[in-house]
Design a protein around this ligand. Sequence first.
Ligand SMILES: [Mg+2]
Length: 234
Amino acid sequence: MPLKTDRLKKYNRYMKKIAFVSDFDGTITKKDFFQMAADELLDKTAMAPWYDYKAGRITHVEALSKIFAQIHIPQAQMDAFIASIEVDTFFHKTMAFCSKVKMPVYICSAGTEYYINKRIAKEVKEYNITLLSNGGDYSPKSGLILTPPPPTSPFYNKDTGISKEALVAKLQKDGYYTVYAGDGPPDIKAAKIANAVFARRTLLKMCQEANIKTLKFDSFKDILDYFRGIYGQE
Ligand SMILES: [Mg+2]
């Protein structure tokens, strides 16, 4: 890769190849899908499982499953609802940049691949993004069913289904300098071991409490600027 000499010194810090791992809900998107569903499609009691999770009574995957199972709208309405998920305006540009510098990108979500695949199918395909999430299927009758990986999977976590920290650990074992972006409790274990962390909202508070250094993260523009600083403008 051609690099300007003044950038070479900075790049040397990262001579280990960089891999980027990002959460989806609240990180790539503005608002969590379960929160959107509760606000726009469900009645007031729909969020009860979330409060059970916050109180430690049920797991994260159980809470999301119970909320998702309450969605019973026609398929066309579901598709339009997923299409309405607001994605960060710099996400596409950031993915294009990562692809250009041949940086592997992983989207790792404790939600489900069902709505992620539908919402950002274009980017996933165009920029060769690896999506690691819980399985999911929807029918107006059964609602949105979330399927965690089997406990025998190397990426299994009892609380969140998919294990974000197992992915970061694997990439590090494979020799990558890992950059992680997230916003919530399921991201903290991955943030603890990642080499660089973009954090906001609950994850930012948790990182501060755990003395984990974080990078400013208001939008994907901060992530794009960070990568541009390392690789040059390209
Ligand atoms: Mg999130």
